[in-house]
Design a protein around this ligand. Structure first.
Ligand SMILES: Nc1ncnc2c1ncn2[C@@H]1O[C@H](COP(=O)(O)OP(=O)(O)O)[C@@H](O)[C@H]1O
Ligand SMILES: [Mg+2]
Length: 235
């Protein structure tokens, strides 16, 4: 499809002998935010890891910009312009904020080109530039984790549970930044907070027991209390 930056089609992923994804399909329209919703253990992280090639699917297709990337190495997939922000703020605690950003470069000069944009989104990071990552608050570390994915030119960002464990005011800041960065690249987000997700995303995909039983426009989901209750267990 020409208007989707990403089309995951019926992927099956095994971890060891376990059949974790049993037919997941996800479409991410260009220039918008799509959220993966679902209970703990449903397969959301495995879906993102499958897209990145970290747990490559045994079956199914993953079309990025119309080309199948399933089976490529994670490094090659990243090179195509997909940024990944894993769960739990994977930053280097011993390196400074600046060093964390520098090593996220894909080619020389990436950071210099993107610095203004990144520091406009996350002014705290500019102030904290010479501090070790480990000295930052949880929210600041998450901002740094997202900022790292903005250093190279990425057309798609996969962001896994950025709000986990953060205070509401920090979540607001982070979501405002994600909303802004979606103006320049498409986003596939995992977000367990339904209220946050529904304000941020335009599309949703429900992940449930390794499958994707429902998907559509987020506005329609917000109206459908029965569907929300059934898959997410929230009223
Ligand atoms: N390394 C692993 N070994 C075995 N099972 C795993 C592994 N990683 C994930 N799983 C299982 O895969 C399922 C989906 O996990 P995950 O994708 O992390 O779910 P979610 O992100 O939706 O909470 C869970 O049942 C989890 O226990
Ligand atoms: Mg997860």
């Amino acid at each position: 499809m020409t208007d989707s930056i990403l089309e995951v089609r019926d992927i099956h992923t095994f971890i060891g002998q376990f059949h974790i994804l049993e037919g997941v399909s996800v479409s991410v329209p260009v220039g918008s935010i799509t959220v993966l919703l679902g209970r703990n253990g449903a397969g959301k992280t495995t879906t993102l890891r499958s897209i990145m090639g970290l747990t490559p699917p045994a079956r199914g297709q993953i079309l990025f910009d119309g080309k199948n990337i399933a089976g490529k190495h994670p490094h090659a997939i990243a090179q195509l312009g997909i940024g990944y922000v894993p769960e739990h703020r994977a930053i280097f605690r011993e390196l400074t904020v600046h060093e964390n950003l520098r090593i996220a470069e894909r080619k020389r000069g990436d950071l210099a080109r993107k610095a203004d944009f990144i520091f406009e989104l996350f002014p705290d990071l500019k102030r904290l530039i010479d501090l070790p990552g480990g000295n930052l608050s949880g929210g600041q570390q998450q901002m740094l984790a997202v900022a790292r994915a903005l250093v190279p030119d990425n057309r798609l960002l996969l962001i896994d549970e950025p709000s986990e464990g953060l205070a509401p005011v920090i979540i607001e800041q982070l979501m405002a930044a994600i909303s802004r960065l979606a103006e320049s690249s498409s986003v596939l987000l995992v977000e367990q907070n339904f209220r946050v997700a529904s304000r941020l995303a335009q599309q949703y995909v429900i992940i449930e027991e390794g499958q994707s039983p429902a998907a559509g426009k987020i506005d329609a989901l917000v109206q459908d209390a029965a569907l929300v209750q059934r898959y997410l267990g929230v009223a």
